[in-house]
Design a protein around this ligand. Structure first.
Ligand code: ADP
Length: 494
């Protein structure tokens, strides 16, 4: 009987489960959205119980489908929204506070104080990250200091911390496994990415007791077995990676110099730098790309907080489009951008500027500015920001010839062509654009022997369409110059 791999993709707005067959083709997809909580300005929380019930719901749907297809599940792979922080009671399994989501800015003041005290160089050297509220460490500190009685219980060893992968593994195994993988650990601000271990200096700085922390495994490993009473069967959890790292694997970017960019709510570009943990001089993050058989492959990462979210704003906020798909025809209906530039710094600017206080702006409005111009400026802004990320990797010494893209936005052909035009390199859209879930499935499949090696996975990657740069250099330079003038105007830390 042939087998499926079950991939759990626990994202920021929804929980998904997908089934992949032994050749890596997708066979089933179930998705459930859950509630976003915004208790205060800049705060973003999820209810971990809702994360759990939606995940369990889609997992059960997938298992049902597998049974009706008369297939067994060889293994489970998990990929997840990264950095989001959960703390729970080890004996009851109850969470002590909502999950604090990666987008949450409540620890901005604490990060600024740590920076002023001169700690950023040490933190960056060990973690590859910056002192920004984005990462888990300061969120753990906030829970310990702000939820009644929690610090004392943590110090007694009664509590556990986990990113979402770790929380799900704990629940799926009936509390038997408190483990995470190296990619998720690398986003906590507590993990030394060079020595691949939790770091005492970082734990002391952020005042986090070591007893809270999970054990850190390779991305393909034996994370635990699902509890039979929960799912009706015991299935090994065999692959784990944070969403962007899973996409790197799903895009088969296994060679140093290979680069992918994912265009969903935000945009995340990741460059494989091999065994070398490169330090960026241009504010890119150094992170664990994946760890297999004890060998760490590093990556440089650039994160943009608003990409598809700006299209959602056009649709839901301004109401000038009915669907995201419409943006393609509207942008293509114009012969140029009519001098309109939109900087979507709705929640500040991410890489390479890291300016949390910047806010969005539109420049060059004239009497002929209408919905089409606004839509085009919004799509263009995603490409300009990608240019800035790629330029940062170039300044850091990389010379990628091709960019592999994925995520919901890349269905937009106009966007993909404009991206290739601006970047000046070939942009490749793969046949399978569900790269995040696929990456988790590949990792699990590696562990249980369905896939033999990264090379075996790389051989399965297929291009669906290539976008070749066609814009003349002069036009390109003029557009970029205007964009950079617009960005300077919104910056508060330039
Ligand atoms: P996430 O995983 O972050 O939830 P997805 O990868 O599912 O995101 O992508 C959804 C995003 O892509 C949405 O923000 C949506 O506005 C945008 N999007 C979807 N289709 C298009 C399109 N044809 N053109 C432009 N943007 C699109």
């Amino acid at each position: 009987m042939s087998r499926y791999i079950l991939s759990i993709d626990q994202g920021t707005t929804s929980s998904r489960a997908m089934l992949f067959d032994e050749s890596g083709q997708s066979a089933f997809n179930a998705q459930q959205e859950f509630t976003q909580h915004f208790p205060k300005d800049g705060w973003v929380e999820h209810n971990p119980e809702e994360i759990w019930t939606t995940t369990l719901g889609v997992v059960r749907q997938a298992l049902h489908r597998a049974r009706s297809d008369k297939r067994t599940i060889a293994a489970i792979g998990i990929t997840n929204q990264r950095e989001t922080t959960v703390v729970w009671d080890r004996s009851s399994g109850e969470v002590v506070y909502n999950a604090i989501v990666w987008q949450d800015r409540r620890t901005a003041g604490y990060c600024a104080r740590l920076r002023l005290q001169g700690h950023e160089a040490m933190v960056s050297a060990k973690t590859g990250l910056l002192l920004d509220p984005y990462f888990s460490g300061t969120k753990i500190n906030w829970i310990l200091d702000n939820v009644d009685g929690i610090r004392a219980r943590a110090e007694k060893g009664e509590l556990a911390f986990g990113t979402i992968d770790c929380f799900l593994i704990w629940r799926l195994t009936g509390g038997r496994s408190h483990v995470t993988d190296a990619t998720n650990a690398s986003r906590t601000l507590l993990f030394n990415i060079h020595q691949q271990c939790w770091d005492e200096d970082l734990l002391a700085l952020l005042n986090v007791p070591a007893s809270l922390l999970p054990e850190v495994f390779d991305c393909a490993a034996d994370f635990g077995i699902t509890s039979e009473s929960l799912l009706g069967e015991e299935i090994p959890i065999a692959g784990v990676a944070g969403d962007q790292q899973a996409a790197l694997v799903g895009q088969a970017c296994f060679e140093p110099g290979m680069i992918k960019s994912t265009y969903g709510t935000g945009c995340f570009m990741m460059l494989n730098t091999g065994e070398q943990a490169l330090t960026s001089s241009n504010k890119l993050l150094t992170t664990v790309g994946y760890r297999l058989k004890g060998k760490t492959t590093y990556a440089l990462e650039g994160s943009i907080f608003v990409a598809g979210a700006a299209i959602q704003w056009l649709r839901d906020g301004l109401g000038i489009i009915d669907s995201a798909q419409q943006s393609e025809a509207l942008a293509a209906s114009l012969d140029s951008n009519h001098g309109l530039y939109l900087v979507p710094a709705f929640t500040g600017l991410g890489a390479p500027h890291w300016d949390p206080d910047a806010r969005g702006a539109i420049f060059g409005i004239t009497r002929d500015t209408g919905p089409a111009q606004l839509v085009r400026a919004t799509l263009e802004s995603v490409c300009y920001q990608s240019f800035d990320l790629l330029e940062a990797t170039r300044r850091d010494g990389s010379t990628p010839a091709r960019l592999r893209i994925d995520g919901g936005m890349v269905q937009n052909n106009w966007l993909c062509q404009f991206l290739a035009d601006l970047l000046g390199i070939v942009v490749e859209r793969p046949a399978q654009t569900e790269t995040t879930a696929l990456g988790a499935a590949y990792l699990a499949g590696l562990q249980v022997g369905i896939f033999s090696s990264p090379d075996d996975i790389a051989a399965r990657w297929q291009v669906e369409r290539e976008f070749v740069p066609a814009m003349d250099d002069k036009t390109r330079k003029l557009l970029l110059a205007d964009w950079h003038t617009a960005v300077i105007k919104v910056r508060t830390n330039a």
